[in-house]
Design a protein around this ligand. Sequence first.
Ligand SMILES: Cc1cc2nc3c(=O)[nH]c(=O)nc-3n(C[C@H](O)[C@H](O)[C@H](O)COP(=O)(O)OP(=O)(O)OC[C@H]3O[C@@H](n4cnc5c(N)ncnc54)[C@H](O)[C@@H]3O)c2cc1C
Length: 457
Amino acid sequence: MSEAEVQELRARFRGELIAPADAAYDAARKVYNAMIDRRPALILKCADVADVMAGVNLARERNLLLAVRGGGHNGPGLGVCDDGLVIDLARLKGIRVDPKNKTVRVEGGCLWNEVDHATHAFGLAVPSGFLSTTGVGGLTLGGGIGYLSRKHGLTIDNLLAVDLVLADGRLVTASAEENPDLFWAVRGGGGNFGVVTSFLFRAHPVQTVYGGPIFWPMDKGAEVLRSWRDFILAAPEDINGWFGFATVPPVPMFPAEHHMKKVCVITWCYTGDLAKAEQAFEPIRKFSPPLMDFAGPIPFPALQSLFDGLYPPGLQWYWKADFFHELSEKAVDLHVKYGERLPSPHSTMHIYPINGAAQRVGKGDTAFNFRDARFAEVIVGVDPDPANNPRLMQWAKDYWLALHPFSAGGGYVNMMMDEGAENVKAAYRDNYARLAQVKRTYDPGNLFRVNQNIRPA
Ligand SMILES: Cc1cc2nc3c(=O)[nH]c(=O)nc-3n(C[C@H](O)[C@H](O)[C@H](O)COP(=O)(O)OP(=O)(O)OC[C@H]3O[C@@H](n4cnc5c(N)ncnc54)[C@H](O)[C@@H]3O)c2cc1C
């Protein structure tokens, strides 16, 4: 675009328009994962839906590559692109809680900590993830696995409606009643179908929970992983806990003798009767004697943000993911083998339980297909220093390859890198063909392709 055209756009745009020559450009193009370094031609910080419509129309009319940014947390950096246009939703921050109907209306640029803050005042929570700084947009559109999944389902299972700007520039609503094909597709199909400017969620009575991390020594890894697997598959849905390998950070909350030790950790969230929490945790504390035990009553937003400080923006992240039906003895042994070799203090592997409420939705009912899987695995090599990337990436790839033969055959789209069309198809299995049909109806020219892309049929 010529300078005159940019000026003309600046005049009719209500938000902020940031070009490479602007002082704000470098900060505006940065995303959470510092491994991503892209230089868009223009960043549109939209102030309202009209700005989003203008951005979509501009990209389509000028045939510009278009990226849509929610919270900017995506691993492969799919909220930003080289040379094209970025529609940045960060200024769309409205949140309206309806305590009577237990619903929450959330604008497309919100982060989960903003939603948690708004709902907590009413004793409510929307099922989201395990960290509070992620964007509502990307996390929801890919599925949303979190502390409340066993009890209340994935984030998409609590989505009632979205408003979105389609590739042709129109704003439509998608819900069970309106454009149901589109509503089916956005529940797991990512940003493939339009720019969501507003989400309507169902919220649940969740306020103070009993939760937090319990650590065990690494040499008890296999024992604890087996105990956790057997426990979580049969546990009441009030209890959730994800298993991980980690390195104890050298910070005062941990006794100095444990600093930098490799450990296994399960971070819990119990939403049942607080008076019965200690009793519910009795079997957990018998997995093996814990090294450190931080589980106790905690406000839900505090649990959600427990790890935010450990993972500030600006680290290098390399992601690999798979779903699993079961964790066989052989798989447990392999996990421990690679867990013992965490390549850096920030690197980790998590296994999230997705049994319970998330499995009561049929695999064809939403675009998120792996409803028969009971575990979601994510392996992340993480470090501040880019010089360590080859080592982190090699560890993550080797780990993933070793476990992949035991997997259900595909991974969670929100925890993959940019891994190509075959892995996207594997993530959707037999829902892919229907997604491609919906894509052809709503985005035949594949304007929304900076994502885990579904090609129009
Ligand atoms: C530290 C960390 C912890 C995480 N924990 C969890 C977790 O517990 N559970 C979980 O399920 N996931 C988790 N994730 C993964 C997370 O769901 C994805 O990274 C997700 O893509 C982040 O969404 P975002 O809006 O921040 O990302 P962005 O990078 O802004 O966007 C990601 C993708 O979504 C699209 N998109 C975003 N917003 C919109 C919108 N409003 N309309 C249309 N398209 C949009 C973008 O175009 C892009 O393709 C975590 C990620 C990180 C980095």
